[in-house]
Design a protein around this ligand. Structure first.
Ligand code: NDP
Ligand code: GDP
Length: 319
């Protein structure tokens, strides 16, 4: 039985990855950030909370990370832990860098110290492409980060590659484009929209306030993306991969489809609020996942409209 440690188990991807690994008969350890009121909602939503061994793991504390590795002796470590919201990273740049950039380096150092044979997955992000220098973006596209979050992810990405090249650690970066689901954090624009649609449909509110409606993202379905995290660590050689659908839509398209799914006209309910605009915006992201298609035999299956629909339905059920 293989053993895996998922850092950031309480997040969207942590829950789906835990489910996938449990289905593959892994013993799953979940590293969570301790708080007075830790939220295990995602694991409970998938009905797997009882099957994961939960361990407090703080990315700011290297000795804690080392002790967790010594305790669970994992074959694989997935670092999904991050301050992952771009918007707040402008308000909390130092915390974001400490957790998202240095946190990754702490995990790499801990692996190097405890057992360099552990296979390591790093959650890199399409945000690293930022003001994209080519369209679509692939593994070789130059990074041009536009937020403290993205700058931190670039640091973490290069650190991971550096530990692979310096110490032979089997370390892979998945450069994942935006991926969504009913478990997506409510601050992110997709989930913010689908929750609002459900609430407006139920007559509990009337308006939704958004920032830049013209931004374009390549949105995929999270459960399909976590499968690639696992697959990267099963290859013969450690490499980095872009994971994306290859189709981009605007925030406006998303709102249109989500309100449309319940027979509402988005124009009657969406208001623009400048406070949701960012100091530096990433206007358009579009990924080229042909390397993953070739080597990992992967292709995104869930299409944009189906994704919007399943998220709206899940939020309607919750309301
Ligand atoms: P989430 O924000 O849902 O999850 C992040 C996880 O990190 C949470 O479990 C969070 O815990 C944990 N965490 C935050 N700070 C710390 C800390 N100091 N110590 C330990 N754990 C901490 O992100 P997703 O699941 O959506 O994404 C997973 C990873 O993939 C993230 O690194 C994200 O940046 C990256 N990514 C995500 C993309 C997406 O579209 N979803 C795209 C590309 C990359 P808590 O619940 O307590 O906050
Ligand atoms: P990101 O790609 O990681 O920044 O994911 P988000 O879901 O947070 O944002 C996607 C895009 O939607 C960005 O270009 C945002 O500027 C844009 N956007 C427009 N309005 C909003 C909003 O109200 N909230 C969020 N989170 N993003 C918004």
């Amino acid at each position: 039985m293989k053993r895996a440690l998922i850092i950031g188990i309480t997040g969207q991807d942590g829950a789906y990855l835990a489910q996938l690994l449990l289905d593959k008969d892994y013993e799953v350890f979940g590293g969570y950030r301790r708080s007075a009121n830790t939220n295990y909602e995602s694991l409970r939503y998938l009905n797997i909370f009882e099957r994961v061994q939960m361990l407090p793991l703080e990315l700011l504390e290297i000795s804690n990370i080392i002790r967790v590795l010594e305790h669970c002796e994992p074959d694989e470590v997935y670092n999904l832990g991050a301050q992952s919201f771009v918007g707040i990273s402008f308000e909390q740049p130092l915390l974001t860098s400490d957790v998202t950039a240095l946190g990754t380096l702490r995990v790499l150092e801990a692996i190097r110290t405890v057992n360099p044979k552990i296979r390591f997955y790093q959650a890199s992000s399409s945000e690293m492409f930022g003001m994209a220098t080519e369209v679509p973006q692939r593994e070789t596209t130059r990074f041009y980060p536009r937020s403290p979050y993205a700058v931190s992810k670039v640091f973490a990405h290069h650190s991971t590659v550096n530990y692979r090249e310096s110490y032979g650690i089997f370390a892979c970066c998945g450069i994942l484009f935006n991926h969504e689901s009913p478990l997506r954090g409510p601050e992110f624009v997709t989930r913010k929209i689908t929750r609002a649609v459900a609430s407006i449909r139920a007559g509990k509110s009337r308006f939704l306030y958004l920032g830049n409606l013209e931004a374009q993202r390549d949105w995929g379905y999270a459960p399909e993306y976590v499968e690639m995290m696992w697959k990267m660590l099963q290859q013969k050689t450690a490499e980095d991969y872009v994971i994306a659908t290859g189709e981009a839509y605007t925030v406006r398209d998303f709102a249109d489809a989500a309100f449309g799914a319940v027979g509402l006209d988005w124009r009657k309910h969406v208001r623009v609020d400048r406070t949701f605009k960012r100091p530096a915006e990433v206007a358009r992201l579009l990924g080229d996942a042909s390397k993953a298609r070739r080597k990992l035999k992967w292709r995104a299956r869930t299409k944009f409209r189906d994704l919007v629909k399943l998220m709206v339905e899940a939020d309607l059920a919750r309301v």
